[in-house]
Each structure stands twice: as C-alpha cells, then as structure tokens.
Design a protein around this ligand. Sequence first.
Ligand SMILES: [Zn+2]
Length: 233
Amino acid sequence: MFDCLTDAHCHADFTKSSPDGGLDAGMDLCACACYPEDWKALRDFSAPKVKKSFGLHPTRADMNLLPTIDDYLEFASAVGETGLDERAADGIPLEQQREVFDTQLRLADKFRLPAVIHCVGFWGELVKILKEWAARSPGAKFMLHAAKCSPEIARELEKIGGYFSFGLRELNSKKGAACAAAVSPDRILVETDALPSREIIFETIGKLADLRGTGDVELAQSAYVNYFRFYGK
Ligand SMILES: [Zn+2]
C-alpha cells in the first residue's frame, strides 16, 4: 500500500536455505549483524535497498572479538548494535561492556558512520557515554533501537544527535508507548528487530501513528525521510 516503507533495524538469517537471508522484503532496510559469526555472510550479500550495520552486541562484549571488524565496516552504513545491557552484567561486568561500547563509538568516528544503540538498564551510564561521544565528535548521530527510555532521557538524547526506532514490542509496552509519543517527528524510525516484513512494518506504523495522533501515511513518510537522513543515501 505504501511505497515508502522502511525497516531501520532488522536481522538476516543466512542459516536457512534461502540465499537472500530473508532480506528480500521489498522495502528499504538496514540489516544488523551484531555477532562475529554473522559478519561475513552479511558483508558478502548485496541487494538493492539493503544497508548494513556491523557491531558487537553488549551481551557478547569482548575486546578480543573486535580486531577484525574493520574489514566489515568499510561496507557498512552504521556501527552496531552496540551499547549496554544490565541483564548481561553478571557474566560481562559493566566496565567491560563500557570499554567495548566506547571502542565501537571510536570506530564510528573512524569510518564516519552513525551508531545503532542497544540499551537495557544502565541508562545513566549510557547517557554519560553518549554525551562524551557527542562532545568529542560534533555531528555524531546515533539511533536508539527498540526505544523505550523515559521521555526526559529521550529529550536529552535528541539534543546530542539521537534518533529513536520503535517496533511492535516497544509500542505494546507502557514505557515504549510513552517514549514513542514524546520524540520529535524528525527523529522517529520503525523496525522489526527480526527478519524484515512489510506486514509487520505496516502494523507498526499504524500503531505508532495512533499513539502520536497522526496519519499512517504521514508517519511512514517521516520515517522514510528520517531513515535516509540517518543512514545516508
Ligand atoms: Zn537487533
């Protein structure tokens, strides 16, 4: 129905027999490979409308896994997803997550790329790290994927280059809905965080438009413009 659907954050599945990794969804999308074993398959895949993001997820934060990522970032539209995850802190202490996160933000600078951010808990720490990044890298852009921070934090993040991407899971939660209602129209994106699907994106746009009291088409168009402003052409 819309010719301007976008999926700002999805994941391929190259383990299936399908050679397209499930990415042939008929819309503009950014596929994220956030584990080292997924980097190569995504790099070697190419199709129109598919952008790529390579990073190391905080649940696998380990400096020893990072050295080869430069070989992939040359083909990337973003670094990530990277960030902090309180649920993983038993096995991967905050200090270690912070080091791996900060290293990836420095890679974003090196390759002049925006960053895709994952955060569960640790919000104070996340805001602090992103503020430090923004201060040393004017013009840096980042997208909070699966956004459900408080409206207050969202406003702080907008001031330093933050975009916000929402999927059905967030929009169906109280926190996510409050965040989605609060962010500026020029910072909003939509995502599946799974195999891309026009049907799911369509439903997400409808839900998000309802929450924001706007029309579906208007919202889809904003997300489209924001997608290309964030990831580049
Ligand atoms: Zn994801």
